[in-house]
Design a protein around this ligand. Structure first.
Ligand code: K2U
Ligand code: ZN
Length: 171
């Protein structure tokens, strides 16, 4: 299919709320294929549709280690229905904020409902890295970024850096 350009901050759509998918049609199925192609090419372990400028509630993930078999997972209209009280810190990065990593504290476990690429409904409890990635990607659908969980000083510094990069690129 196609590798699509990944948008970087401060692109406005990364701060907007994506719309629910009404029908899992061929357009959505092609979008999912393109998102996996784009994610694996990056490389990344997750990608949300707004990161390629598509404001649909679609995320793709593959948290499998390099030595393990790929475990691609697409979620349409994902909804986090429960979060554990137990929290854990994990180093996060973001393909829309390249080469910037910070420790982020999130609930260890989450439960998520979603439709798969065939339109089938699923309820799933997620743990480990998958739990972190699901929460990170669902945040993208709501215009939230992992830098929203770090100090304001650090956030403002990284936004200023990427605004400068974007300004130079436009010149
Ligand atoms: O949404 C994205 O930009 C994808 C992130 C997914 C991610 C979520 C939580 C924690 C780490 C990554 C990218 O895959 S960033 C690249 C990456 C890959 C593995 C580990 C850390 C960063
Ligand atoms: Zn991200």
């Amino acid at each position: 299919m196609a590798i699509r350009p990944i948008l970087h901050i401060p692109t406005p759509c990364l701060r907007e709320v994506a719309a629910p998918v009404v029908e899992v049609n061929d357009e959505i199925k092609t979008l999912i294929k393109d998102m996996f192609d784009t994610m694996y090419d990056a490389p990344g372990i997750g990608l949300a549709a707004p990161q390629i400028g598509v404001m649909h509630r679609v995320i793709v993930m593959d948290p499998a280690d390099e030595e393990d078999e790929p475990a691609p997972l697409a979620m349409i209209n994902p909804k986090i229905t429960w979060l554990s009280e137990e929290l854990r810190v994990h180093q996060e990065g973001c393909l829309s904020i390249p080469e910037y990593y910070e420790d982020v504290e999130r609930p260890v476990l989450c439960k998520v409902t979603y439709l798969d690429e065939n339109g089938e409904y699923h309820e799933r409890e997620c743990d480990g890295l998958l739990s972190t990635v699901v929460q990170h990607e669902v945040d993208h659908l709501n215009g939230r970024l992992f830098i929203d969980y770090i100090s304001r000083l650090k956030r403002e510094r990284v936004i200023k850096k990427f605004k400068k990069i974007a300004k130079r690129a436009a010149e």
